[in-house]
Design a protein around this ligand. Structure first.
Ligand SMILES: *[C@@H]1O[C@H](CO)[C@@H](O)[C@H](O)[C@H]1NC(C)=O
Length: 306
């Protein structure tokens, strides 16, 4: 299969801004509570690090959790340099389709890897930079969420979408329950029409709602239920899982220009809620690992093979 640059395509059609905002904050809320319970001192340290860029954000109650949508705020102010970091559109190829697909190297897997590397490097005194620390935490928290959204790790290639459906953005659907949901990507960004849309700054009422949502998700999917998945702390594997979900669930049993069935919505919500739980636990475990001291001269771990 020939690989061509996706840049031209991306310039033509900027991706929809996710209503995944609430999903992002639920994931961050789970991680925030887990880290606070396990290591309050470390939690206080990384909260301070995240807060370093607070003046350039809209955070009110809890920067750790609210910073989860900062990366989308940056898209909204037309700071577009990092827009491709939000997805890794791995092809889902429809039966019988033969054609080309595109790869973009500055994608979500790459960006998560870079943020991890940056955070590890910041443990070395000679590299210590508040700007890099805060920036990398904020993007890490956001991108771990994105990569668990199946349509941030997939694009359908078929006779109807010979150039890919851009993570479901071109896959039009009708969804009478929420007229804003005009395509498959939006449906999945909205956590399959759950939890509404909460942006920073978060009000007290919204903060309580986020707490309720994350508690419900944690009690439905406690660590014990998903521990096998949570142990996997490799972003390339996360992208593969999401792509598998896209193949087996997201693109199954739905045709363009139709309304998703009740079964589709029910199944989709289950899948999303498990993804939110798994992403929250993984984010907690990853964040707990990253700021352990690396001595001068020690090479930063490299797990990405090219
Ligand atoms: C994502 O980026 C990595 C590293 O830059 C690259 O190896 C991989 O092929 C990219 N994947 C897609 C689907 O674009």
């Amino acid at each position: 299969m020939k690989i061509i640059s996706v840049l031209a395509l991306l310039l033509l059609v900027s991706p929809t801004l996710g209503f995944w905002s609430t999903g992002h904050m639920i994931i961050a809320r789970i991680a925030h509570e887990e880290i606070k319970a396990k290591d309050p001192k470390y939690h206080a340290t990384i909260t301070k690090e995240i807060e370093l860029l607070k003046d350039f954000a809209q955070e009110e109650i809890n920067p750790f959790v609210e910073s989860a949508v900062w990366a989308d705020d940056n898209k909204a102010i037309a700071w577009g340099a990092f827009s491709n970091w939000h997805f890794v559109d791995t092809p889902v190829i429809a039966e019988g389709f033969e054609g080309e697909y595109e790869v973009d190297n500055a994608n979500a897997t790459w960006a998560i890897y870079e943020m991890r590397k940056t955070l590890k490097n910041m443990n070395k005194p000679k590299f210590n930079s508040g700007l890099a620390l805060s920036f990398a935490w904020r993007y890490l928290i956001h991108l771990v969420g994105d990569i668990h959204q199946p349509l941030h790790a997939s694009a359908l290639y078929s006779d109807q979408f010979p150039h890919g459906d851009r993570g479901g953005n071109s896959f039009k659907i009708t969804y009478p329950a929420d007229k804003q949901v005009k395509n498959l990507h939006a449906l999945w960004d909205s956590c399959v029409d759950q939890y509404g849309s909460i942006w920073a700054p978060v009000s007290d009422e919204e903060w309580n709602l986020l707490g309720k949502y994350s508690d419900d998700i944690k009690s439905e999917y406690p660590r014990s239920r998903v521990d096998k998945r949570v142990k996997v702390l490799d972003e390339r594997e996360w992208a593969k899982e999401s792509n598998k979900i896209a193949t087996e669930v997201v693109y199954a049993d739905i045709e363009p220009n139709t309304t998703p069935s009740e079964e589709y919505i029910t199944r989709g919500r289950e899948v999303v809620n498990e993804q939110l739980a798994v992403a929250g636990y993984r984010l907690a475990d990853l964040m707990l690992q990253l700021r352990h001291y690396v001595s001068e001269g020690e090479e930063v771990e490299s797990f990405m093979t090219e």
